[in-house]
Write a protein that binds this ligand. Sequence first.
Ligand code: SF4
Length: 501
Amino acid sequence: MNRPAELDVSGCADTSEMGEDADVGSPREACGVFGVYSPGNQVAHMTFDGLYALQHRGQESAGMAVSDAGGVVVVKDMGLVANVFNEYKLAGLQGFLSIGHTRYSTTGSSSWHNAQPVYRVTAPNPERDAPVEFALGHNGNLTNTEALAAAAGMLPGTATSDSDVITELLVRHLDSHPKSDLLTALIQVLPELEGAFSLVLCDAERLYAVRDPHGFRPLGLGRLDGGWVVASETPALDIVGAHFVRELDPGELLVVDADGPQTLRPWPASAIDPKLCLFEFVYLARPDSRLYGQELHGARLRMGELLAGQAPVDADMVMGVPDSGLPAAEGYARASGIRYGHGLVKNRYIGRTFIVPDQAQRAHGVRRKLNPLRSAIAGKKLIVVDDSIVRGTTTRAMVKMLREAGAAEVHLRISSPPYRWPCFYGLDTGTRSELIAANLTVAEIEEYLGADSLAYLRLEALEEATGAVGAGFCDACLTGVYPTAVPVKFAGAPKADELLV
Ligand code: SF4
């Protein structure tokens, strides 16, 4: 366990493009990964469908790599999955083996170069019959990128993302060991990586899937009629008609080839320590996803139910902030007996913009994304449930909007504890100075937001709501206790009362 002690933000993950997600005010996602191995079938359309189901995990760029055993072809571009691929492009991607990726940048800029899959090929070598070419897709964020790059003697600026560093290490191993293959290179390189990484890779003939020893990000295995699928979330298995088999274990390297799936474990047992991101349950993953054996919609309902018991208030209506606040609002209403209703309408056609938003733009962004249902809220005492508050800017604008629409009272209820520490494992939340709960007390936040009351779900209740107590969760952004060393030192440890609000 690591709790940073001094302030030094120089090594922080790139936060230059932080903004707000389509779910207003929530942290932004990292990435979605997908892979399929299905001999005798053309799998590009399947990968398209899988990526479509993972679109919520990254909307900046999308791509896939496809192999027909003769070579790996990569198509990737900026934009949504449906913008990047069309029938013409998919028809040209022939092969039985594919990986795909949807990206939101947590390190590296939002540019075509950093779109994934990352493709690499070994240098010509007379000792090798043919070059090894491979592609990689990464969900997560390495915490030792700079150290890895420095140790490998990579010139500053030659790798623009942590995923670049992984592929560079792999290709260097392959180039210096001409008898080696991608599997051997992975077994050598993976133990050097620190932080969060759920990876999919393919070479010309095999599919590989990797989950880091903490299992920060999800990755599941599905069985197809005549093949195998891996995906960040189970809805991507459902959409291609695959049956969920199991989640990959933390520290598992899965290889799929003509002999079926085979598990290798490149890390010692002592390195395995499950720490699935708690925010996958709160917000990140789709409500129809299953993690640790639980469907997330049910877990989010329970969060709302527990929140109602913990922070009751007299009101006329319970409403959620679309979309991710809705299940917890339903649970709050069910447990409190207060009527559930809709008070905000979401514009479903807001995509991700590539404009760097400033605070004023974020506040205005609320009006682009949400509009109040005046007839439903005018004169009412409202309980408004959301999943989290990060900077507070958009929540403040939303409270103002509700009051202007005639709300008599606005009581905010948040289905997670205060978000006080930055994430280094693939969620883009900003530096500590930008996190409102790191700088203000709950009473001060309530005043800043202009709410009549504000309450957060306690950490113990959140874990109880997951239905997977004891399975192993990361809660570093809530407690300041990081499961790995992180590349930033902070001033001061959290105060005791910061942990239980
Ligand atoms: S720090 Fe928070 S957001 Fe990041 S992996 Fe841990 S629980 Fe998830």
